[in-house]
Design a protein around this ligand. Structure first.
Ligand SMILES: *[C@@H]1O[C@H](CO)[C@@H](O)[C@H](O)[C@H]1NC(C)=O
Ligand SMILES: *[C@@H]1O[C@H](CO)[C@@H](O)[C@H](O)[C@H]1NC(C)=O
Ligand SMILES: *[C@@H]1O[C@H](CO)[C@@H](O)[C@H](O)[C@H]1NC(C)=O
Length: 210
């Protein structure tokens, strides 16, 4: 019995040493590279790189690296209102020392293939906007989003607006808490709902609103 206990102890001891990683850490708003420093993580952390693509008429790319625990790794939370406004970020994690060396990386999400959601955008208001168009969501299972608030863009420009569009379920849960370059200064509304209407109705609507 004793050797077993000792070997279990040794295994867990060596695991706990191996579990404390060194990672690169830095953050750049509106830049695809940042000057990394080396940090010691705490136990249970992984090394991460979060790449953020934010299009608000202009395209902003930002990146952050560091240690983190409990992130949804390997996913690309995303949202979009129309061809002028969209957000996505790529969360990459790894488990060896200094493995998060890579810079900004954003895979192509391909053609939208989800359901339809009402789409609109109005500047200088938190009172919502009237949706006269529909937008096709990126993925099957994406939700419809209503957002109103004040946002600081990665270049420091501040705008207040209301939008309706699509958002991935992951982003509904994260509720804009993992942003890199954008900062939500004030949020009046952040509401996710399931797409309404049947698929055939949606197809008809899309034809008439295109
Ligand atoms: C982007 O970051 C790199 C590395 O930190 C820096 O040399 C460069 O000047 C930055 N570019 C801009 C546009 O700020
Ligand atoms: C990280 O840990 C190593 C080894 O214990 C130590 O030499 C180094 O100074 C630490 N670095 C920082 C930034 O705390
Ligand atoms: C996107 O922006 C351009 C330029 O401001 C504008 O002409 C166009 O109508 C916008 N498209 C949508 C769907 O809002």
């Amino acid at each position: 019995m004793k050797p077993v206990i000792i070997s279990i102890f040794l295994i867990s001891f060596s695991l706990s040493i191996a579990a404390v990683l060194q990672c690169y850490s830095c953050r750049a708003k509106n830049n695809v590279t940042c000057e990394p420093e080396i940090v010691n993580c705490t136990e249970g952390d992984r090394c991460v790189t979060i790449s953020e693509y934010w299009k608000y008429y202009k395209i902003y790319r930002s990146v952050s690296k560091g240690c983190a625990e409990g992130l949804p790794c390997g996913v690309i939370p995303h949202g979009g209102v129309n061809c002028n406004i969209s957000l996505r970020y790529n969360i990459q994690c790894c488990d060896t020392d200094l493995c998060n060396a890579k810079s900004y990386e954003m895979p192509d999400l391909g053609e939208p293939r989800g359901r339809l959601c009402p789409s609109c955008h109005k500047d200088d208001t938190i009172d919502g906007c009237e949706a006269k168009k529909m937008v096709r969501c990126q993925e099957e299972g994406d939700k419809c989003l209503r957002f109103s608030g004040t946002v600081k863009h990665p270049d420091g420009y501040v705008t207040t607006y209301s939008v309706r569009g699509c958002v991935s379920p992951m982003e509904c849960e994260l509720n804009l808490k993992r942003l890199v370059g954008i900062e939500v200064i004030q949020q009046s509304k952040y509401e996710c709902t399931d797409p309404k209407g049947s698929l055939t109705e949606e197809e008809k609507l899309l034809k008439t609103t295109k």
